[in-house]
Design a protein around this ligand. Structure first.
Ligand code: ADP
Length: 526
């Protein structure tokens, strides 16, 4: 039987379904709720309070008050640091429940949530806690008898909107730097995955976060999301999601109070396999990169040099066939190949005796939580696959629904793909890989850059000159060379071109949440 049809035992009862405003769980002002569904079965998990403009108003008012009058921005930095460290400790303590909730609501494999994403979440908060007491201004050598300095101040109330693919990590990328720098927050979660954020936010209050500092609104984009983006009292907006919605929120921000907006948007990342690459490794990593989770940095364009093409084809076929036959096992093999990620490797050696682990994995790495009941995203992927076939690309493997329940798509590989086909151009946000052929470096650089996106690229070569040429020529925010998807807390992430504005994670993310105030005082005795 298809693994997606394995029975599922709910891992935990859903602890929180209300909005979190001013430190309290409350119903939506309208009293309305919406359903969050289990992507593996399409069945109801819980009815969740549906926030709208009025709830956003209440949350922003709470965040405003916490910023203008509350202790948070005024606390000695090391006190904020202590609270953030405590948040991370509590997350560690509740690791398994949080992971189970994330799996249930999002559909990702349990091991991935429990052994990689929740620990990474705690790691990110420890990383940002480390910055809290290291925000320095400068003294400036001005022309004249003045003492000039800069103060780096929190920007105020941050509005944050996140997607469904990594609900917890997206939360950490946004909330971490904003809190470390002393801001207050209204976060709108994705309508598909509202649950884990409510749970961790409650833990944060247990850790001592003052009320009103972190408010969580569940609800939909055009209502709650748009209300947040256009709010006059939100001082900064951070958004992760599709490029289309990115344009909308940027416009809403500009039309309201011209709030600065950071955007982390779509990608169509090239994965370049040169003729001198370790092809076996490259193909294995290409598979992991695309099929392991629906990330915006997923590598759906594999550009193989003419010399390596046959080898790429045969390896790809081997891996994908295995993936279809024994999805979980092959995923684990692929993951084990990544030596630089000890946490991941540990995860994969992990065997648990905890009963709720029976729900793990649903057998497939290639989950796809579709947009609500209408399974919009699922249908969209199948449509792209049909368009690939119609345009004359060769469907090597996959191409169909996986199982008969839930919203899973088989890992799908096309060869003989041309640059102008939709499957090579659009961000599909599904497990669909296109293999294209290239002849020389100049050509592959041109073709890789011939996209409106610029999020990331993978480069596979043993030749340092080839690697350096590609690193410098590719117009993308991240280049992974002979590796991929390394997402440490300290490594900045973001896009060139229509993949976004600004960087998240690392030192660069702090400036998103800081104002610079220049202070000039005359010197009486210079
Ligand atoms: P995805 O394809 O990842 O679902 P979206 O851009 O549709 O990307 O969604 C990402 C986030 O943006 C979600 O939280 C969603 O609710 C929100 N969103 C969608 N439309 C709007 C909008 N018009 N204004 C503000 N937020 C929106």
């Amino acid at each position: 039987a298809a693994a997606a049809e394995e029975p599922i035992t709910p891992p935990v009862t859903v602890p929180h379904t209300q909005l979190l405003i001013n430190g309290k769980f409350v119903d939506a002002a309208s009293g309305r709720t919406f359903q969050t569904l289990d992507p593996r079965t399409g069945e109801l998990i819980a009815n969740v309070a549906e926030g709208d403009a009025e709830d956003v108003n209440r949350a922003v008012a709470a965040a405003r008050k916490a910023f203008d009058e509350g202790p948070w921005p005024r606390l000695p930095a090391f006190e904020r640091q202590k609270i953030l460290l405590k948040c991370a400790d509590l997350v560690d303590k509740h690791n398994d429940e949080i992971a189970a909730l994330e799996t249930w609501d999002n559909g990702k494999p349990y091991e991935q949530a429990a052994k990689v994403e929740v620990p990474m979440f705690a790691r990110l908060f420890r990383y940002y806690a480390g910055w809290a007491d290291k925000i320095h201004g400068l003294t400036v050598p001005a022309d004249g008898p003045y003492h000039v300095q800069t103060l780096h101040e929190p920007i105020g109330v941050a509005g944050q909107i996140i997607p469904w693919n990594f609900p917890l990590l997206m939360f950490a990328w946004k909330v971490g730097p904003a809190l470390a720098t002393g801001n207050t927050i209204v976060l709108k979660t994705a309508e598909q995955t509202p649950l884990s954020a409510l749970y961790v936010a409650r833990l944060f209050h247990e850790a001592g976060l003052p009320e009103g500092v972190l408010n969580i609104i569940s609800g939909f984009g055009p209502t709650a999301g748009a209300a947040l983006a256009s709010h006059m009292d939100v001082d900064k907006l951070a958004f992760t999601g599709s490029t289309e919605t990115g344009k909308i929120v940027l416009e809403l921000g500009a039309k309201s109070n011209l709030k600065p907006v950071t955007l982390e948007l779509g990608g169509k990342s090239p994965f370049i396999v040169c003729e001198d690459a370790d092809v076996d490794q490259a193909v294995e990593l290409a598979h992991f990169a695309l099929f392991f989770n629906q990330a915006c940095a997923c590598f759906c364009r594999t550009l193989a040099s003419a010399a390596a093409l046959d080898l790429v084809h045969s390896c790809t076929k081997k891996y994908t066939t295995n993936l279809l036959r024994k999805p979980r096992r092959v995923l684990q093999d692929a993951q084990s190949a990544i030596h630089s990620r000890p946490a991941l490797n540990k995860a994969l050696r992990y065997t648990s005796n905890k009963s709720f682990l029976t729900l793990t994995n649903s057998g497939s790495a290639n989950f796809l939580k579709a947009g609500r009941v209408d399974s919009e995203q699922f249908e969209k992927i199948l449509k792209y696959i049909r368009s690939g076939v119609e345009c004359g690309a060769t469907l090597e493997t996959g191409g169909e629904r996986h199982g008969s329940k839930g919203y899973y798509v088989q890992p799908t590989v096309f060869s003989n793909v041309k640059d102008d086909m939709l499957i090579a151009k659009d961000e599909i946000f599904g497990p669909v890989q296109s293999i294209l052929k290239f002849k020389d470096l100049n050509e592959v650089i041109k073709r890789s850059n011939a996209t409106r996106y610029g999020l990331a690229a993978g480069v596979f070569t043993q030749n340092i000159d080839t690697a350096n040429t590609l690193i410098r020529a590719l117009r993308v925010g991240t280049v992974w060379v002979n590796t991929f998807d390394i997402f440490d807390a300290a490594i900045p992430f973001g896009g060139y071109k229509m993949s976004g504005h600004g960087r998240e994670k690392g030192i660069y993310s702090l400036s998103n949440y800081l104002q610079v105030k220049a202070v000039v005082t005359p010197l009486k005795n210079p």
